[in-house]
Design a protein around this ligand. Structure first.
Ligand code: TMP
Length: 207
């Protein structure tokens, strides 16, 4: 289904504090400079309904949530984001860069939360009407280094223990190793300029 779309769908994902948000902005600016129409989204979020679901997911005032509940809330937020923003943009030929996507649910709720990754991938395809990224770039760095970069109060997911976040990191690396045609791993512990160069090189190959 993704192949019938004019545009390109790129995902930046990875553990906490990897600099995804900065790199998403840089990539969109670079794409535009290169003459491509480009836009970005953040998952969960980007539409009124998705942002409301995001608030629930990250609310530290709520008690711990079952991993399955988290899966369905992330998927609901994502379904709305894809239907309202991502798919329409891809249909008219834009490059859409997403800050996280289904790969995060597989890493966090799957590898770290204890759920089987296979059904999460399936659910992701259902929620997104068969859409999958042309490329997912994993910005990888050690858990401690990532947390050292975080500023402000930790949200509900960031507050989970270091062992959980180590499983998240290993989950991202495992999925990238399994599907090298769809994933690229970039060492995000380096300065932002070097990281941006590696991302650009990988993205150019799928444009
Ligand atoms: P962000 O802070 O990178 O925007 O992501 C929000 C938090 O939600 C972050 O701690 C990672 C977590 N998360 C999941 O647990 N599962 C998911 O499917 C997604 C997209 C994010």
């Amino acid at each position: 289904m993704t192949d019938t779309l004019l545009g390109r769908f790129i995902v930046l994902d990875g553990p906490e504090g990897a600099g995804k948000t900065t790199q998403v902005d840089r990539l969109v600016r670079r794409l535009r400079k290169a003459g491509r129409q480009a836009t970005s989204v953040r998952d969960p979020g980007s539409t009124p309904v998705s942002e409301r679901i995001r608030e629930i997911l990250l609310d530290t005032g709520l008690p711990d949530m079952d991993a399955r509940t988290e899966v369905f809330l992330y998927m609901a937020s994502r379904a709305e984001m894809v239907a309202r923003i991502v798919r329409p943009a891809l249909e008219v030929g834009l490059v859409v860069v997403s800050d996280r996507f289904v790969s995060s649910t597989v890493a966090y709720q799957g590898y770290a939360g204890g759920l089987d990754p296979g059904p999460i991938w399936d659910l992701g395809r259902t929620a997104c009407g068969g859409l999958s990224p042309h490329l997912t770039v994993i910005l990888d760095l050690p858990v401690e280094a990532g947390f050292g970069r975080l500023r402000g109060e930790r949200d509900r997911i960031e507050s989970k223990d270091p062992a959980y976040h180590e499983k998240v990191r290993q989950g991202f690396l495992a999925m990238a190793a399994e599907r090298p045609e769809a994933f690229v791993v970039v060492d995000a512990a380096r300065p932002a300029d070097a990281v941006a160069e590696d991302i650009w090189e990988a993205v150019q190959r799928v444009l």
